[in-house]
Ligand binder design. Structure first.
Ligand code: FMN
Length: 388
């Protein structure tokens, strides 16, 4: 067992273990990947204020996200095809999350279905929907999430149209992988991954195949995906989608103050400041840069969360100190999952928790609720000095 001390260690093992097609799928942003890179590098520009001689006993990282108890302000973000990173990946990640006391968010584009994850876990998880054209399918999807006792609905609002990721096109990304000479040559070097995958029946898009009209076999899925997303989405439609769910609703993918103000008016409980991990509009600013102005504009009306670029507990602390009430990790948990299944996701969560807790102590804070901008050194112009 290698010594794992940071998320980067899990990423190295993940890269060796998982087929290139799925590693590339996660470790990619759209077009030039500028936003993908800056999501993380902008965290590094924020520095921490060291404080001493403050009693650091009895520290607390527990808080609430949309009214639900969490052991730290970190949820697992919805990640499509998680079940291709490791056999039964969504179930394993959900198990790790529930044991750790943080929310797991199941993607519409998951391999394990809503029902499958519910049957194999004990606590409620969150469900993410894309904004799709087909009302009937949307309603059924939401009803299935209700029946599975999901405790929050995450509506992703930044994917009406898909950002282009060069590697996915070049690799011919598909689930399960299509067998070409190139993919077979790579799969031959990933034997443990392949053997585990052969032992599970969960290899297709579990929420869609057999549920969406005209998609009874996986071959027709790519055309369904291209056609299914609602290009005409507007705020009225978002209001309607919100009305389908009685419990907490989280709007994911807000990166602009004006959009945040609109979101605060449609009856959502939280927004996620997010650029989809740099996978949509390349050239957009990083989430952490946009956070302060959004918190300032709507933080007193709606809970503000953040994702994109978090790779450590220090990043979590910086987001919370800048005003977020919760954060999400996408790739950071995928690295753990691909590296070593449920144990790897637990390792990722433990690593982030330890970094958050120790950093909090060294910043002279005992409680995650006490973190604020005074714990940070924010460079001048960090939020941008753009021509109006
Ligand atoms: C491989 C991958 C697949 C994703 N699939 C989805 C998805 O199905 N639905 C969604 O709302 N967001 C999806 N996202 C975006 C994540 O929910 C989240 O916003 C992003 O990963 C955060 O950035 P991070 O990976 O740097 O933490 C995906 C991200 C990745 C990396």
């Amino acid at each position: 067992m290698p010594v794992i001390t940071e998320i980067e260690d899990l990423k190295r093992i993940y890269k060796r273990r998982v087929p290139k097609m799925f590693y590339d799928y996660a470790e990619t942003g759209s077009w030039t990947e500028q936003t993908f890179r800056e999501n993380s590098s902008d965290f590094d520009k924020l520095r921490l204020r060291q404080r001493i001689a403050v009693d650091m006993t009895g520290r607390n990282t527990a808080t609430k996200m949309v009214g639900q108890d969490v052991s730290m302000p970190v949820a697992l973000a919805p990640v499509g095809l998680t079940g291709m990173q490791h056999a039964d990946g969504e179930i394993l990640a959900a198990k790790a999350a529930e044991k750790f006391g943080v929310p797991f968010t199941l993607s519409t584009m998951s391999i394990c279905s809503i029902e499958d994850v519910a049957e194999n876990t004990e606590k409620p998880f969150w469900f993410q929907v894309y904004t799709l054209k087909d009302d009937d399918f949307m309603r059924r999807l939401v009803d299935r999430a209700k029946a599975a006792n999901c405790s929050a609905l995450v509506i992703t609002v930044d994917l009406q149209i898909m950002g282009q990721r060069h590697k996915d096109l070049k690799n011919g990304l598909s689930a399960p992988p299509k067998l070409t000479l190139r993919s077979m040559a790579n799969l031959a070097t990933k034997v443990p991954w392949g053997l585990e995958m052969l032992q599970t029946k969960r290899r297709f898009f579990g929420n869609i195949v057999g549920h969406a009209k005209g998609v009874s076999d996986p071959a027709s899925l790519s055309s369904w995906t291209a056609e299914a997303f609602d290009h005409s989405l507007d705020w009225e439609r978002i209001k309607f989608l919100r009305s389908l769910w009685d419990g907490p609703v989280i709007l994911k993918g807000i990166l602009d103050v004006e959009d945040a103000k609109m979101a605060a008016n449609v009856g959502a409980d939280a927004i996620v400041v997010s650029n989809h991990g740099g996978r949509q509009l390349d050239g957009a600013l990083s989430s952490i840069r946009m956070l302060s102005s959004i918190v300032e504009a709507v933080g007193d009306k709606i809970e503000v969360h953040l994702d994109s670029g978090i790779r450590s507990g220090q990043d979590v602390l910086k987001a919370i100190a800048m005003g977020a009430k919760g954060t999400y990790i996408g790739r950071a948990f995928v690295y753990g999952l691909g590296a070593m299944g449920e144990k790897g996701v637990t390792k990722a969560l433990e690593t982030i928790h330890k970094e958050l807790d120790t950093t909090m102590a060294l910043c002279g804070r005992r409680d995650v609720h006490d973190l604020d901008r005074s714990n940070l050194l924010i460079p001048k112009g960090f939020e941008g000095d753009w021509v109006e």
